[in-house]
Design a protein. Structure first.
Lengths: 1127, 435
């Protein structure tokens, strides 16, 4: 395996020799003349290293030091000097020649530098020394993770590795994260990387492992490393190694804990009571020429909002505003006098609903110990935190146990078990199913005043006219109960057997079982209950079980001796199977008795009407693979690696079901890598020395990896549950066709080319890794839209090509390494260019549009050749985006001048758009429609934003001054656009009596300060001179214009930590290590983005719609105080 | 030796591994062991076939079909009733659809269109696989009846498509790998489609696949429906329609198709156990309470399914019909009385239609509702002005027990074919002198 094990093996071997054979064959020993050498092994500071190994090189005999570092070694008394090797875990091994006459020898070992070339990396079924790695990889070690007190591993790695973009979807506790390595590699399919934990493939591993349990994470980015994972390696591979015991006979107890609180960083500005009331008045202002009146005259102007029929509508507004008897409104003056604060106090609902300052706690206890034969590591982690939103929270406990046992010299077993119990409470704000159920809008749109927790039925009904139905947000949050309880059990076992010095065999088995129980209870005022269930409570329980099995067998071949010692060859061959079984059931109980409590409802499910079973789902996916790798090096200067993997997947058609009678199941994934270690080249040495270059390596790779993340059985026509029809008053269940089958489906393939450069300067003080790459994904698995006349919306096909081109930089520098003051910095930046190169033949000219699902009436994203994935599709603004009085030929605003675009069709108007309304740009290519010249249809949409960032990165700095340490970590994403869908819905005035964002205070107004409609052009323009926002649209067809697309670039001060480590002797007696620290996570975000947080991704069903901000849970800042203790 | 023992263990592991992984079965898990059903296996049993048929029926109901769009949005405005007049208008959705102000971006167009095609595809799948199933070939009566239902459903889906959109792409085969249909089919002339549908239904009749109604529900198809639908389609085939060239043209060979109408109708009148309910009102009151009425030959089944209502239920009686007046609340300070109204009352009767009825015609006050009911439990109603008369066949105050005030899905079935339709179809033919 690695160096440590080799050393231990060697020592073990000698020990057995000593204890058994030595005693048995003592007569033989008597012939050898031996003398004793005594001494002590210490660290640089002179502290004894307990149980350090001392090995006599030539004989292979050795001893262990005692607990203070003292040893006694027997060496041949033959008048010659002998080489003795001293080693200690975590320290650089030292070889000392002990002179013939020496009887005492004291040795100082130095600690290994972190991230130096000596540590071990795992590159897929094989552990190698980092300095020998010729793959592109980035490693995050335990130290990097330990410095960031966070609950989830995903949070901890954000911005730390070049080319790895971590996006947290929203701020909710336990929110999903999207991880992309080197850009999105797939159009409609999941592009998340493959996780391998201790040799086992684990889905969503970052959610299941405590960050404190992680020893290291290796990010494999290019084909040289990912091809060996073939099937599922195309999106990159993250290899996670969990902590093991050092097995040095010492029991180590660790405690890491922190406690603190969170608070929301930002709320959206909404209209205050007076502005709100004024707008309601403006919207309802009687319009003498409304389109809905019988006397409607299309030639006359229609300046108002067109909603009011007569003055009685204004009366409705007065009534609505007067709901609280303390402020009766009867006219415009009343609005102006009454709605002043503090007369009508402003309720910022967001501050109430998201106003909790919940306690955040994390405790991690670890015990590790054991000896050379058997060692263990046991750890327990608990994270608990409340959500900033009412009625939400997060609690997770993880127990993990690892056992390593050596049966004999050749046979070793490892066993690991991990149990993770996670409970996420709270319905949150976003909803994947329907925009009607989103719960952010209540906090934004509910009238900005009134009792904090009273249901207002009249207001509910008033706002229900267009289906909005606003309920008190505080009450709604209390009535929305959701608990997601996830239990995850992971078992893994490894047997390694060293057959001889050339062959070793390793079999790794893993099983991962996740059970998720989702309990939802919606009480009387929730939209679910009001809309579908006559205002009676409903409860639903969903159980999902996912079990994956993974079994790999690997034969490692190495250690061959060649006549020319410069050759070195080694490799592996292996085989692996992977199975994924999924089982899901949902039950729903409707019309529960009013007043029932959530827990009672789940315990008395039958009290309601058990709803028709919602389709259950059960399927199994399997994968069988064979793989191999050959490494060759010459003189440690020239390296070559060839890998090959063949994968068979049950997701594709076997021969008898495929299109052409040949099996589509198998995919073949080769890769080839060359590297040149220039620093080992004698002719380079002089030059390198001059340039202070310690290490210089050039790498080049080409290879193929695959992706098969699609639903099962798409290759053959199938039926699945989900159909119901009422016969004789009873619902009967039936089947529906699952999808439009495609028997030609096969693997998606990513060909990646990588050219890399590793430079180490000033004896490793500065390390720079640069990689340039071009990844081409072909045969893309795309859910291609089909003409609906086929009966299906889309079909999964292999079509098109996607390309990611980019360059990654990773720089690590130990800038100052003074005894008292140390400064290390770590900087990474990655540029990626994503481009759709080709789609299906019939889509190449037009591309295809997709709706991200937040409620836009038009598809708001487009996938098009020549564009990046995530092209936002909408209308551009013409000029300042507002119709002005000079755009009309007449003073009644009934006719637009020639050349002025007419967007009446988009705004849903019967007349031409009126002054102050949004002016959209007419695009060439849009046909001249029924509205006359320059009139817009939905064809006037164009690409108005790109959600893929230009570059991403992070910069970490760590300072140590004596016992103090300070670390600052910033990460940044630059050049991406965000579709701020919140800003579309929350500035729309379709719904009466609903509040809007404060940006609408700056709107064009048509009601003057006297409460009367301004009809004179000059006065209108003058009155609105400072108003740069268009009037809110009143159409129910939400559309995106370029004002809703914002630059999402940000720089986040992600983490600031100040720590103090105690070094006093008194404390040293009690603790091996004691450190106290204080941290602020998410300290500040520098951005122009107007929404809650620019790191957002609420539409995650496909990678086609990144960067949507709709109804996301606001992000929060966390302040914690923590402690690290080692006993 | 111990080493030998370990070698044996390792070898054993190898053998187990290889025997598992080399097995072809590993990569070809049995589809039918999952929640997915292989088509031919599904259609090899009566139960499976019934499930697929239920799925085919489902496309008639729910929000995108006769749950609201095809029944309420798409049927107005006409000379009897108009769609929603309330704000916001124009809205580029249902109001524009009703008031002849359609634009290509209207959001109510694509889904119903897609939904009808989904139904047609599922009917095609049923027809394709039933014909190939051993049970059917062996003459199983249930399979034969279900084939008849599938043919009839396909006829209904295409009939609706042609009725609303004119000439449309037409296929009698399902889109499965075995059929390899063109991806972008062109439009088929409506007469060709009608002819095929008429021939299909003739085949069903001639092969005696299905019998006269024996069940006491009107949600499944019987021979009456096959014949009634065939008569209706024949009448459309014979009648005038706006063709792709912009001309109103009568279908060719009209007399022949009138003959079909007459033949099918007289067949039903002579042989069916169905008949008229002497009370016109009772038909719809029964429908409101989901009581089987012998006059109802085919109605789209609305099923209550909680949060899945949008796919299975109907909004009849919520979107249309009278509004429910809540309890008036008096606001002492403002001096106002507020009455909350539930339901949309979106279909409004043209006053002249009301006056077209003879004052003694009992059907008038069933077809047209002249009041809004008040809170359930009281018998009081509030009259509506003539401009706010609503359609009255699906009124919420007939439902017993009274639904919750804010309920949107009332579970009322949408009548597709009644015995009275057969009489009218027959009468129409008489008027055309074809008998």
């Amino acid at each position: 395996m690695n160096d440590e094990f080799l050393t231990i093996n060697a020592i073990m071997k000698r020990k057995i020799l000593l204890t058994t054979f030595v005693t048995l064959l003592s007569s033989t020993i008597l012939f050898a003349q031996l003398k004793q050498v005594k001494g002590r092994v210490t660290d640089d500071a002179g502290a004894g290293l307990d149980f350090a190994s001392v090995l006599l090189k030539e004989k292979g005999t050795g001893v262990k030091c005692d607990s203070l570092g003292n040893f006694t070694l027997k060496v041949p008394d033959d008048g010659k000097s002998h080489d003795v090797v001293f080693s200690y875990n975590g320290f650089t091994e030292k070889k000392i020649s002990v002179p013939a006459n020496a009887s005492t020898i004291n040795v100082k070992l130095s600690k290994k530098e972190a991230a130096s070339g000596d540590d071990i990396v795992i590159i897929g079924f094989q552990a190698i020394k980092r300095k020998d790695a010729i793959q592109t990889l980035t490693t995050i070690g335990a130290k990097d993770l330990a410095n960031t007190p966070v609950s989830s591993a995903a949070e901890a790695i954000a911005g730390k590795a070049a080319g790895v973009q971590v996006t947290t979807s929203e701020g909710a506790p336990g929110a999903a994260t999207t991880i992309k390595m080197r850009g999105p590699g797939s159009i409609t399919q999941d592009a998340s990387p493959l996780y391998v934990v201790d040799g086992i493939e684990v889905e969503n591993a970052l959610d299941k492992i405590s960050p404190q349990d992680i020893q290291s994470m290796d990010f494999l980015k290019d084909a040289s490393a990912t091809s060996i994972y073939g099937a599922r390696g195309a999106n990159g591979v993250i290899i996670i190694t969990t902590k093991s015991s050092k097995g040095n006979g010492k029991t180590v107890i660790n405690y890491n804990g922190f406690v603190g609180f969170r608070e929301v960083t930002k709320t959206l500005d909404v209209m205050h009571p007076l502005d709100y009331a004024k707008f309601q008045y403006e919207k309802a202002f009687p319009n003498s020429n409304s389109a809905t009146t019988s006397s409607y005259d299309p030639t006359k102007y229609n300046l108002g909002y067109g909603g009011a029929v007569d003055s009685s509508d204004l009366g409705t507004i007065y009534k609505a505003l007067s709901y609280d008897p303390s402020h009766t409104v009867a006219n415009w003056n009343d609005i102006n006098t009454i709605f002043h604060e503090p007369n009508v106090p402003f309720n910022d609902w967001q501050k109430i609903v998201f106003g909790e300052k919940p306690l955040v706690q994390s405790h991690n206890v670890g015990i590790s110990g054991g000896n050379l034969n058997t060692s263990y590591n046991l750890s327990y982690t608990n994270n608990s935190e409340g959500g900033v939103m009412i009625n939400s929270g997060y609690n997770r406990s993880i127990v993990s146990f690892k056992l390593d046992h050596k049966i004999n010299d050749k046979l070793k077993v490892n066993f690991g078990v991990r149990y993770n119990d996670m409970l996420i409470t709270g319905a949150g704000t976003s909803n994947d199913i329907s925009t009607s159920f989103n719960r952010l809008r209540n906090s934004i749109r509910y009238k900005p005043y009134g009792p904090v927790d009273q249901f207002d039925p009249a207001y509910y009904d008033l706002t229900n006219t267009s289906g909005l139905a606003l309920a008190n947000p505080v009450l709604l949050a209390r009535q929305s109960y959701k608990k997601v309880n996830t239990g995850n059990l992971n078992l893994n076992a490894t047997i390694s057997y060293t057959i001889n010095k050339n062959f070793s065999f390793k079999s790794t088995f893993g099983a991962d079982n996740t059970n998720t129980l989702t309990k939802i209870f919606n009480d009387t005022i929730t939209p679910e209950s009001k809309r579908y269930l006559a205002g009676m409570p409903m409860a639903s329980m969903q159980t999902a079980n996912r079990t994956t099995y993974n079994w790999s067998n690997v034969l490692t071949i190495s250690g061959f001796k060649f006549k020319n010692a410069k050759h070195d060859i080694n490799g592996i061959i292996g085989q692996e199977i992977y199975m994924d079984q999924y089982n899901m059931n949902i039950q729903e109980s409707d019309y529960l008795p009013i007043g029932i409590l959530p827990d009672k409802a789940f315990a008395n499910f039958e009290q309601g009407k058990i709803s028709v079973p919602i389709p259950a789902s059960y399927y199994s996916k399997s994968l069988a693979s064979f793989f191999g790798r050959a490494n060759y090096s010459y003189d440690r200067k020239y390296f070559a690696t060839f890998t090959f993997r063949a994968d068979g997947s049950s997701l594709f058609a076997p021969a008898d079901k495929s299109q052409d009678g040949s099996t589509k199941q198998w995919g073949y994934f080769p890769s080839l890598t060359f590297a040149w270690k220039a620093s080992n080249e004698p002719f380079m040495v002089k030059f390198l020395d001059k340039a202070k270059i310690t290490d210089l390596k050039l790498r080049a790779t080409i290879g193929v990896a695959g992706n098969n993340r699609i639903d099962p059985y798409l290759f053959t026509p199938t039926y699945s549950s989900g159909a119901y029809y009422g016969i004789n008053n009873a619902l009967v269940s039936g089947y529906v066709p699952t999808a439009m089958a495609n028997n030609a489906l096969q693997w998606e393939q990513t060909t990646s080319r990588n050219f890399g450069l590793d430079v180490s300067l000033f004896k490793g003080k500065i390390q720079l890794v640069i990689d340039a790459y071009k990844n081409t994904t072909s045969n893309l698995l795309v859910n291609v839209p089909k003409p609906v006349s086929s009966g299906y919306p889309s079909q999964m096909q292999n079509t098109g090509t996607l390309e990611n081109t980019g360059i990654d930089f990773q720089l690590t520098a130990a800038i100052v390494q003074h005894t008292n003051f140390k400064w290390t910095t770590n900087f990474n930046i990655a540029f990626n260019h994503n481009e759709v190169k080709n789609l299906a033949d019939n889509l190449n000219a037009t591309g295809f549009q997709w709706n991200s699902g937040w409620g836009s009436a038009y598809n708001d994203y487009i996938v098009k050749v020549g564009e990046s994935l995530g092209a936002i599709y909408g209308y551009q603004l013409q000029g300042d985006g507002i119709y002005h009085t000079y755009d009309y030929t007449d003073k009644s605003f009934t006719q637009l001048k020639t050349g002025v675009p007419n967007d009446a069709g988009i705004l849903g108007l019967k007349t031409v758009p009126q002054p102050g309304m949004v002016k959209l740009k007419w695009q060439a290519g849009d046909y001249v429609g029924k509205y006359g010249n320059d009139s817009l249809t939905s064809n006037s949409r164009t690409i108005i934003g790109h959600a893929q960032p230009k570059f991403t990165g992070g910069w970490g700095n760590q300072f140590n001054y004596k016992n103090w340490d300070i670390s600052v970590f910033v990460n940044f994403v630059i050049g991406n656009d965000i579709l701020n869908a919140n800003s579309v819905e929350f500035t729309n005035a379709l719904y009466s009596q609903a509040n809007m964002l404060a940006t609408m205070n700056n709107r064009w107004k048509v009601i003057g300060n006297d409460g009367v409609l301004i009809t004179d052009s000059a006065t209108l323009e003058q009155f609105n001179a400072g108003n740069h926002m268009y009037r809110p649209a009143t159409t129910s067809n939400f559309f995106v214009n370029s004002k809703n697309v914002e630059d999402g670039s940000f720089l986040r001060i992600n983490n600031l930590t100040i720590g103090y480590t105690f070094n006093d002797k008194a404390i040293k007696k009690l603790f091996a290590r004691l450190r106290l620290y204080a941290t602020v996570n998410n300290l500040a975000v520098i951005t122009h983005y107007s929404g809650y947080d620019p790191e957002v991704n609420t539409s995650r069903k496909t990678p086609m719609t990144p960067g949507v901000d709709y109804s996301a849970y606001p992000k929060s800042r966390m302040y914690v105080f923590g402690v690290n203790v080692t006993f | 030796m111990r080493t030998i023992k370990y070698i044996t263990i390792v070898t054993l592991i190898f053998i187990i591994t290889l025997s598992t992984s080399s097995c072809k079965k590993f990569l070809n898990p049995d589809i039918n062991a999952s929640s997915y059903n292989d088509d031919s296996t599904l259609f090899s049993t009566v139960g499976g076939t019934y499930g697929a048929l239920i799925g085919t029926y489902q496309n008639l109901t729910g929000d995108y079909a006769y749950g609201i769009r095809l029944s309420l949005y798409y049927t107005v405005d006409n000379d009897e009733m108009v769609g929603p007049t309330s704000t916001p208008y124009p809205d580029n959705t249902r109001r524009d659809l009703a008031h002849y102000a359609l634009s290509s971006t209207n959001s109510e167009l694509e889904q119903p269109f897609a939904n009808l095609y989904q139904g047609a595809e599922q009917a095609n799948l049923c027809i394709y696989y039933i014909q190939r199933s051993k049970l059917y070939q062996a003459g199983n009566t249930q399979m034969r009846a279900m084939l008849a239902e599938a043919y009839t459903l396909r006829a209904q889906y295409y009939f609706d498509l042609v009725k609303i959109w004119g000439d449309v792409p037409f296929s009698t085969l399902p889109h499965i790998p075995a059929t390899n249909l063109p991806v972008y089919p062109s439009r088929t002339d409506r007469d060709t489609i009608y002819n095929q549908l008429l021939a299909d239904l003739k085949f069903v009749e001639d092969s005696s696949l299905i019998g006269w109604r024996s069940q006491s529900n009107s949600q499944r198809i019987s021979l009456e429906v096959v014949k009634g639908l065939r008569a209706r389609i024949a009448l459309y085939r014979a009648g005038y329609s706006l063709r792709s060239n912009g001309q109103m043209v009568q279908g060719s060979n009209a007399a022949y198709y009138y003959g079909i109408v007459a033949q099918e109708c007289s067949d039903i009148l002579a042989n069916s156990t169905a008949g008229l309910n002497p009370s016109f009102k009772a038909v719809f009151q029964n429908n409101a309470n989901r009581i089987f009425d012998k006059e109802m030959l085919w109605s789209v089944g609305a099923g209550e399914s909680g949060s899945n209502n949008g796919n299975t239920n109907t909004k009849l009686g919520y979107y249309d019909g009278p509004k429910l007046n809540g309890t008036p609340t008096y606001n002492a300070t403002a001096g106002t009385i507020t009455v909350t109204q539930y339901g949309n009352g979106s279909i409004v009767v043209v006053p002249s239609y009301f006056y077209r009825f003879d004052s003694t015609d009992l059907r008038r006050d069933v077809t047209i509702c002249i009041y809004n009911p008040t809170v359930y439990g009281t018998d009081t109603v509030v009259g509506t002005p003539t401009t706010k008369l609503t359609d009255g066949k699906f009124r919420r105050d007939w439902i017993s027990p009274a639904p919750y005030t804010t309920a949107q899905y009332m579970g009322e079935n949408w009548p597709l074919l009644r015995y009275s339709d057969i009489l009218l179809l027959n009468q129409h033919c008489c008027a055309m002198n074809c008998i």
